[in-house]
Design a protein around this ligand. Structure first.
Ligand code: FES
Length: 99
């Protein structure tokens, strides 16, 4: 089973393949913001991929455009709701939900 580690919490979970990082975070009470509910319509679920980028589903056009529009399109940024896990990854939560 793939393992996902969330930083800066430094918590690791074994997960089912093809789950999105956002769903994994919600299942495990990781405080990751998700204003649009996972529909690629905001960027609050932004994560930085620290390792294992190739173990995530490839970025699709909609996600790319959304990141581009917000000026956060780089080699490490993804939207967690659009990133499905295929192998081990380490990600950093950018917008911690403190509500
Ligand atoms: S939750 Fe809004 S884009 Fe991911």
């Amino acid at each position: 089973m793939p393992k996902v580690t969330f930083m800066p919490m430094n918590t690791t979970f074994e997960v089912k393949k093809d789950q999105s990082i956002l769903d994994i975070a919600l299942d495990h009470h990781v405080p990751l913001q998700h204003a649009c509910g996972g529909f690629c319509a905001c960027t609050t679920c932004h994560i930085i991929v620290k390792s294992g980028a190739s173990a995530l589903s490839p970025m699709e056009e909609e996600e790319q455009e959304r990141l581009e529009r917000m000026g956060i399109l780089d080699d490490y940024s993804r939207l967690s709701c659009q990133s499905k896990v295929h192998g081990d990854v380490v990600v950093e939560v950018v917008n911690i939900d403190d509500h």
